[in-house]
Design a protein around this ligand. Structure first.
Ligand SMILES: Nc1ncnc2c1ncn2[C@@H]1O[C@H](COP(=O)(O)OP(=O)(O)OP(=O)(O)O)[C@@H](O)[C@H]1O
Length: 239
């Protein structure tokens, strides 16, 4: 189980997150929604200790998440990744195994097998020698998903993974999420897509500095909750 308790974050005098608490069971695909600037990325970064929180903590299986980062595969927002960095598809995916292998040691046969299987699963093995910068947006996202798969982490966090991806990639990703759920992983997906893809999530967390609502789609995506989160009429948000 993943437990977020009383997490608060301020950037200088600006409060980005206020006392956020939520709980997630294994085998769940969780969608994190909310307006631009609502604190979604801040929540994830604070959970991972990438930024300092004023109060609160995140616990995975009862232990601080920050002490077991090898159990977390994090795919940041596209804007946070240097897509021109000269690296091949294979080497990006191999980074998922670096924690186990060590930075300066030759990857084991097992790591190579894991990376091969991960790239095959996302349909990018044939492109393994290609440079990351020469791929389409959807292909790049699939490579980063392969890196997360190769890591075999308990918790996968993907920050807006559907941005700039085509229908085929989106559908591959949701298929893979279902497989990971069956392996009792917890998947955190930050998204802005309020279309019918919402049905793919087991749980939704609606965030605007605080938790507006958490639960199943019909409990969370109500008129009142959407108004509280987005401060806008529902018809202008949800299709
Ligand atoms: N390093 C920073 N310094 C100061 N303010 C920040 C910093 N990072 C984020 N913020 C502010 O904190 C608030 C929450 O930002 P965050 O990126 O977590 O929102 P978000 O919900 O992920 O937004 P988006 O949907 O646009 O990605 C925003 O008002 C943002 O401007």
């Amino acid at each position: 189980m993943l437990l977020v308790q009383n997490l608060s974050v301020s950037y200088r005098s600006f409060t980005a997150l206020n006392n956020v608490s939520c709980t997630f069971d294994p085998g769940q695909l969780v969608g994190i929604f909310g307006p631009n600037g609502g604190g979604k990325s801040t929540l994830v970064k604070a959970m991972l200790g990438l930024i300092k929180s004023a109060t609160g903590t995140a616990l995975l299986k009862g232990k601080p998440l920050t002490q077991q980062l090898s159990q977390v595969a994090y795919v940041p927002q596209r804007s946070q990744i240097d897509w021109d960095y000269p690296i091949t598809v294979w080497n990006v995916a191999m980074m998922g195994c670096t924690l186990q292998t060590g930075l300066f040691r030759c990857p084991s046969r097992q790591s190579r097998e894991l990376v091969k299987a991960a790239l095959q699963r996302v349909g990018m093995y044939e492109n393994r020698d290609h440079s990351l910068s020469n791929l389409s947006g959807g292909q790049q996202q699939r490579v980063f998903l392969a890196r997360a798969l190769a890591q075999e982490a308990e918790l996968l966090i993907l920050d807006e993974p559907f941005n700039g991806v085509d229908q085929k990639t989106e559908s591959i990703m949701f298929d893979i999420f279902r497989e990971l759920k069956a392996q009792s992983k917890i998947l955190f997906v930050i998204s802005h897509d309020l279309s019918e893809t919402l049905d793919n999530y087991d749980q939704l967390l609606l965030l605007n500095k605080r938790v507006i609502a958490q639960g199943a789609r019909h409990e969370v995506m109500t008129k009142d909750n959407l108004l509280a989160a987005y401060d806008a009429p529902v018809w202008s948000i949800a299709p």
